[in-house]
Design a protein around this ligand. Sequence first.
Ligand code: WQD
Length: 338
Amino acid sequence: MKVLVTGGLGFIGSHTVVQLIEDGMEIVIVDNLYNSKIDVLDRIESITKVRPTYYNADVTDKEEMEKIFAKENIDSIIHFAGYKAVGESCVKPLMYYRNNLDSTLTLLELMEEYHVNNMVFSSSATIYGLPDSVPLTESSPRKEATSPYGETKVMIERILEDVSKVHKEFNIAILRYFNPIGAHKSHLLGEDPNGLPNNLLPYINKVAVGLLPYVNVFGDDYDTPDGTGVRDYIHVVDLAKGHLLALRKLEKNCGLFVCNLGTGKGTSVLEIIHDFEVATGVKIPYKIGPRRLGDIATNYASTDLAKKELGFTCDFTVLDACKDGYDFQLAEEKRRSK
Ligand code: WQD
């Protein structure tokens, strides 16, 4: 099977590409390097001994994408490419709507023209907004998202549902990620955002290697056991496996389905800091500060449907993810110091 992976050099994309190659699939990556680095391609080759086909292109550029569809005989698509910083989306909404919607619409039009019927779409638990109850199931209501980023995911899910009603031949998996963390055991792939990290684990990792002094805990007055925010942190390698299982399901002409990809367990900020210290032996200083705008108290996944529909279960724990993420950060700092 030949799979087009947009955003395939990114954090989740690169881990997924490795799993697909190891499963014997042929990969074509399209990535404009907006939020990734070209040396990830070398690292994928180093891990798998296979160098995927790579195009430096923007998925919103239909002319360029048409050339790739015409040249490559694509069977399925995994669409990761998209802007994903919640805070940035609040400041630059137009950039988020243009990019995230345009890239998806371009792919769908080319799927029609080139009779490519299978797509896995990278959605997010953020579409649930402020949950009425947890754990969140796939039938929990889609709410108004707390950011334009989240709103693009809500809109794209609706577009995919509407297109599926017309194109009965399309098979589409909408995967709703919770909080991906960790890194590949080779220490070659991981999350290493430029500048000040928005997300908790990349921030903790930079504190752990001495690049930042302490973690700011955004509020300890939530209605949670220790007052800090609770999330469902899933190892990125487990998340990647979920994509492989979803692709396999699409091959059975299943139509459209939606699946949470999480662990089914909520972990608070203070618990994550503690787990990180246990997993790595590194003390993480922190200060309690004010809540962050747009944050919710708790969300974590019901994993029943993923297990039933995909046979998906997690192989790794939060402790594994903390250790793997830290080992990647250490290795990255060593590479940078050379
Ligand atoms: C986790 C918890 C914070 C940073 C977002 C997007 C989601 C997905 C993952 C793209 C919260 C707390 C955080 C810090 C803190 N992104 N925190 N100090 O907000 O759950 O999810 O990123 O797909 O769509 O919504 O992730 O890691 O930013 O926050 O206390 O420096 O850690 O308040 O409780 P979030 P996060």
